[in-house]
Design a protein around this ligand. Sequence first.
Ligand SMILES: Cc1cc2nc3c(=O)[nH]c(=O)nc-3n(C[C@H](O)[C@H](O)[C@H](O)COP(=O)(O)OP(=O)(O)OC[C@H]3O[C@@H](n4cnc5c(N)ncnc54)[C@H](O)[C@@H]3O)c2cc1C
Length: 348
Amino acid sequence: MTDDTPHRRLIVAGSGIAGLSAAIYAARSNNEPLVLEGTEPGGQLTLTTDVANYPGFTEGISGPELVQNMKEQATKFGAEVKHGVITRVARDESGLFHVELKNGDAYTADAFIAASGASARTLGVPGEDDLMGYGVSTCATCDGAFFRDEDMLVVGGGDAAMEEATFLTKFADTVYVAHRREEFRAEDYWIDRVQEKVDAGDIELLTNTELLEIHGSAEAGVDHVRLARNPTGHPSERLDDPETEQFDFEVGAVFLAIGHTPNTGYLAETGVELDDEGYIVTQGGRGGNQTATAVPGLFGAGDVVDFHYQQAATAGGMGVMAALDADDYLEDLERERGKRVASAESDD
Ligand SMILES: Cc1cc2nc3c(=O)[nH]c(=O)nc-3n(C[C@H](O)[C@H](O)[C@H](O)COP(=O)(O)OP(=O)(O)OC[C@H]3O[C@@H](n4cnc5c(N)ncnc54)[C@H](O)[C@@H]3O)c2cc1C
């Protein structure tokens, strides 16, 4: 990093709902934010065609359209949105953030909002990596239509798994949902919707069942999977148990809906506190500065912080809070700098 490294008042990591909401507010506060988009411009919401619960859209709105509107709103107010994957952020003793990108570009910044979201988790079972994109997917909305009239397997037991399974009934012959326990942890709303599909014969629930292997080829896609079932659940931990049954099961596609890992690797050198799952720890609580981390000038918003709500509207709200908190920080910083300059001048 050189002296002519471009400097910004505020850099925002991520152009999902949190990053763009932060950018709208930060731009309107004259903090001229630079938004770096990462590998998924627009974030997770670009993977869904139907956002029915974002306030203000009575007929719903597609994810890409909502994100595009926000991007236009942010740039209209003066935000700059650029492609760029951040690989490293460090804060020096003077409080300046040094931000490095994968393409070799670098910036310095006075404040930094991490709105880098979370990425879909995978299982690490044999066949998963080789067949990812060839019948194995983490996004039913994106890939479901490719497997029309085939049997499909959804892995998971939360809201995402229920939503994906319900969605996939549009295309699938039968959707099977494999969940490692007896009870699903999805909200009642989704359990009820899935139950309707079960009653209609479109979904079959495979409880106490885990995916062990995926078989197929890049040319022909997924051919079959190997599953394990144990009446007390978590069969992969009980493969030697005589009650554990292993069997092959024919499906044409596998959708993994087993949660997310927050994208925080690039923040390692800042020393920002992460919880056991890797989510950024922010101050929270009441009053101002709820999105502040213990690293001065570093704020967190959206799914990279929020392991619980993980909704577009909540991510947006946190983005707004982060922009307002960053604005307070930047104003304090400016005041401090002004005082230092004044005292240096009076010393001369
Ligand atoms: C299929 C699907 C359907 C959904 N449907 C709904 C719905 O109907 N309603 C609802 O409320 N919620 C829905 N959600 C959840 C919602 O999409 C998320 O809660 C929301 O997108 C979180 O926003 P975010 O900005 O925090 O993170 P994300 O949307 O995950 O965005 C993260 C951003 O950070 C960027 N990034 C990551 N790492 C870096 C890096 N190193 N450098 C620079 N940038 C980086 C990414 O490229 C991306 O732009 C859905 C999610 C999925 C997957």
